[in-house]
Design a protein around this ligand. Structure first.
Ligand SMILES: [Zn+2]
Length: 252
């Protein structure tokens, strides 16, 4: 038991030391995948609720900004579960501004067909049609969204993955448009980010983004824009969650 504790502490110290000296903070499995992330790509982040972009995707947004991607964002709801939709739409625009996505490239769908509600299944075909239209009109090269686990398991997150998966498997995305999904991890890995980073570095994933300490501060500023959501457990989340520091992603 003592050896295990010592091993964990050692791993955490080594990882911390590694982070301090790590300047180039993205890793790609193959040159081909690196090519899919080429500079100047028009990338669309697809989320379900205002705050998903900061709470889960900040390392990806800031990592792709380093690679000079032209980011835009499509949010499928106003986050109106507690009737705070109008406030939350404004908070999303402020957060996007902090993350470097201008208001002109943020689209929020405030529509009763897509309620912010884990108990409602969004219609896959309807989600897919809107998403595809957005991809075509904006000439998108790369779509980024949740994986099958939806990171938090929220059914609205999973609905986005289901729609993207359907479009991809039916070959409906325009030629040259790739899809990246954010890897869901178990609760332990979610909150032990230093040990998780070591694990992530040793195990295969297509893309890994790790934020520098300045970028973590930027991600936190984006998260703090969502003032209506900053309950005590969210403040703990900001302190300890891997998703404020690391994103592992897979290509479909
Ligand atoms: Zn969400």
């Amino acid at each position: 038991m003592e050896a295990l504790c010592l091993g964990c502490v050692l791993a955490a110290v080594l990882t911390w030391g590694f982070l301090c000296f790590w300047d180039s903070a993205e890793r790609m499995k193959t040159a081909e995948q690196a090519g899919l992330l080429k500079s100047g790509s028009r990338t669309l982040l697809v989320i379900a609720h205002p705050d998903d972009e900061a709470m889960f995707f900040a390392p990806t947004v800031l990592g792709l900004a380093r690679l000079k991607h032209r980011m835009s964002l499509l949010c499928f709801s106003a986050g109106n579960y507690y009737n705070q939709g109008e406030i939350r739409k404004k908070e999303l625009l402020q957060s996007c501004d902090v993350l470097g996505i201008p208001t002109s490239r943020v689209m929020i769908i405030d529509n009763s067909d897509f309620p912010d509600d884990p108990g409602v299944q969004w219609d896959t075909e309807h989600v897919a049609n809107i998403l595809l239209q957005h991809v075509e009109v904006n000439d998108i090269n790369l779509v980024v969204t949740f994986d099958a686990g939806g990171v938090s398991g929220h059914s609205n997150h999973i609905a986005l993955y289901t729609a993207v998966r359907a479009l991809h498997s039916e070959g409906k995305f325009p030629k040259g448009c790739s899809v990246l999904t954010l890897q869901s991890v178990n609760v332990l890995r979610k909150y032990l980010f230093l040990l998780d980073l070591l694990w992530s570095l040793l195990h295969t994933q297509d893309i890994l983004f790790v934020l520098t300490s300045e970028e973590v501060a930027q991600a936190k500023r984006a998260m703090y824009c969502h003032r209506s959501q900053l309950l005590w457990f969210r403040r703990l989340y900001i302190l300890f969650s891997r998703y404020m520091r690391i994103n592992s992603l897979h290509f479909l």
